[in-house]
Design a binder for this molecule. Structure first.
Ligand SMILES: [Zn+2]
Ligand SMILES: [Zn+2]
Length: 243
């Protein structure tokens, strides 16, 4: 998105490393040409509520048709695959927190290109235990960098707290994810989101259970609109569950 080719004189000043493989990149994107081939923008037909890529003719995905959702909209810049997946996994498991600072540029470009409106920005928190282990919250790094880039929004650093340490969502089935997260987020005692439209940032959205739980906290605290924005999301994986 918006990748501008640079004139030769600018190349040296702008060269940086590919977020997925570390090769030099000489344009103002953050993936090299080879890795760019595995980057899929989530810009085809998407669910009008949760933003997952859709294959069929419907306006909403199977999950949004049935679930009660607390967020009003959710958007993801990329599909969770290839080089983007690698860049995100490196943040989580290989200490590459700086990847989040660069990926935030894609979030900022996306919000501007889609003209998404909101009053304030926050992020999905981590539990104290998880934060101690990783030493940073990648969602917070994304949100901080996003606010720095756009330079017109306040970052609410204390909006939601994760009060319960949970099993990583990746290891669970869709229905277990909801149970796992129930009651795990709470409003920060100092948070005031009454009457505000909140942009909630995270790295990836899989089933949407995490952003939904955070949106619930924000809505119950008086937010009038919650829009979730993630770097990547998985394609729709609708499973017919017994309800
Ligand atoms: Zn690369
Ligand atoms: Zn949906």
């Amino acid at each position: 998105m918006g990748i501008r080719r640079l004139a030769p004189a600018e190349l040296l000043a702008h060269s940086h490393r590919c977020l997925a493989c570390g090769a030099d990149v000489f344009d103002d994107g953050y993936f090299c040409n080879a890795c760019q081939g595995s980057v899929t923008y989530n810009n085809g037909k998407t669910c009008k509520r949760c933003g997952v890529a859709l294959r069929g003719e419907e306006d909403f995905c199977g999950n949004c048709t049935f679930d009660k959702l607390w967020f009003d909209r959710a958007y993801s810049v990329f599909e969770y695959d290839g080089a983007v997946r690698k860049a995100i996994l490196d943040i989580k498991f290989n200490g590459c927190g700086t990847n989040a600072l660069y990926l935030a540029h894609y979030l900022a470009d996306y919000v501007q290109s889609k003209d998404i409106s909101f009053d304030t920005v926050t992020f999905v928190p981590m539990s104290k235990q998880a934060l101690k282990k990783r030493r940073y919250n990648q969602a917070r790094l994304l949100a901080e960098s996003f606010c720095d880039i756009l330079n017109k929004y306040d970052l609410l650093t204390e909006a939601i707290v994760k009060v319960k340490d949970t099993v990583p969502q990746e290891k669970l089935t869709r229905s277990d994810r909801k149970v796992n997260l129930t009651g795990s987020f709470a409003k920060h005692p100092d948070a005031d989101v009454r009457g505000k439209r909140v942009l909630l940032i995270d790295d990836i959205k899989t089933t949407g259970a995490t952003v939904n739980e955070c949106a619930k906290v924000l809505k119950k605290a008086g937010a009038i609109y919650v829009c979730a924005l993630t770097v990547a999301s998985r394609r729709e994986q609708f499973s017919y569950e017994v309800r």
